[in-house]
Design a protein around this ligand. Structure first.
Ligand code: AMP
Length: 283
């Protein structure tokens, strides 16, 4: 496994003229089983796999956790070595954003709703860094988690709009036994908060059950989830049911839709989602 921070070296290893396929998994490190599921999928479907580790400053707001975002580089590299990843690129901040840097990528509508509305600048930072990572790695396929469903869709849209010659693969959410979606930020939760956090997935499953029984009203499904969350613990940022492509709010579910949510548990912001597919019927 080659580990480097150097763009020229990455390009040399990637060797554009070679016919080998490259799978690419962009991450911010603090790797867990969710990230590793993307790496495993990339291993299966490509000749070579590259992983980037870069805590991207431009996607953090001024009052967010950039400085204290968990950084576990040695452990990350050991995990990637075990999975026989071919290339780990961990660029420095100065490599990605040298002095005088001023070019940004913005997905206008999709990037300004929900996560984009709650975290101004977030998707501009994500779209910009992913563009730069794609331009250096030039992957055949890039892997993203459904955990960040709006982000995954935004990247798909950007790849289509900007004619990137690569495929985007979106992989299922990996969860803890109690249903909590794995996240590097779960490290901020106390044990008690982790237990409380299981109510999120339980709420989503209650809504799914009613949906599978035939309920299509967003108002009713939304109310079920809200009722399941104890207001003493959870502060809701948003809970919405949206079209799975545009992320626009809907009233009646007629095609694939996401339940998307962001809540605060103490000072920790958690996001989760669930895909509702009207063509799934109960056995
Ligand atoms: P991050 O390091 O948080 O930027 O995440 C890197 C990639 O891993 C993103 O595509 C995430 O959606 C994905 N990811 C994070 N958590 C999970 C999870 N629990 N299950 C599946 N994918 C995940």
């Amino acid at each position: 496994m080659q580990v480097t921070d150097d763009i020229a070296k990455v390009r040399k290893i990637r060797n554009r003229s070679s016919k080998l396929t490259w799978g690419f998994v962009p991450t911010m490190g603090a790797l867990h089983a969710g990230h590793l599921s993307l790496v495993k999928a990339a291993k299966k479907e490509n000749d070579k796999v590259a992983v980037s580790i870069f805590v991207n400053p431009t996607q953090f707001g001024p009052n967010e956790d950039f400085a204290k975002y968990p950084r576990t580089l040695e452990a990350d590299i050991a995990l990637l070595k075990e999975l026989e990843v071919d290339l780990v690129w961990m660029p420095t901040k100065e490599t990605i954003y040298p002095t005088g840097y001023e070019t940004y990528v913005q997905v206008e509508e999709l990037g300004s709703t929900l996560e984009g509305a709650s975290r101004p600048g977030f998707f501009k930072g994500v779209a910009t860094v992913v563009t730069k990572l794609f331009n250096v790695i030039e992957p055949t396929r890039a892997y993203f988690g459904q955990k960040d469903a709006q982000q995954a869709r935004l990247i798909e849209k950007m790849v289509c709009d900007l004619n990137f010659d690569l495929e985007i693969q979106i992989m299922p959410i990996v969860r803890e036994e109690n249903g909590l979606a794995l996240s590097s930020r779960n490290k901020y939760l106390t044990r008690e908060q982790k237990e409380q956090a299981s109510a999120l997935y339980a709420g989503l499953k209650i809504a799914e059950q009613r949906f599978l029984e035939g309920e299509r009203s967003v108002e009713i499904l939304h109310a079920l989830i809200v009722a399941h969350l104890d207001k003493d613990y959870f502060k809701i940022d948003y809970i919405k049911i949206v079209d799975s492509e545009t992320f626009e709010e809907i009233e009646i579910i007629k095609k694939k839709a996401y339940i998307v949510l962001a809540v605060y548990l103490g000072s920790v912001r958690l996001i989760d989602n669930f895909l509702l597919n009207p063509s799934t019927f109960m056995e």
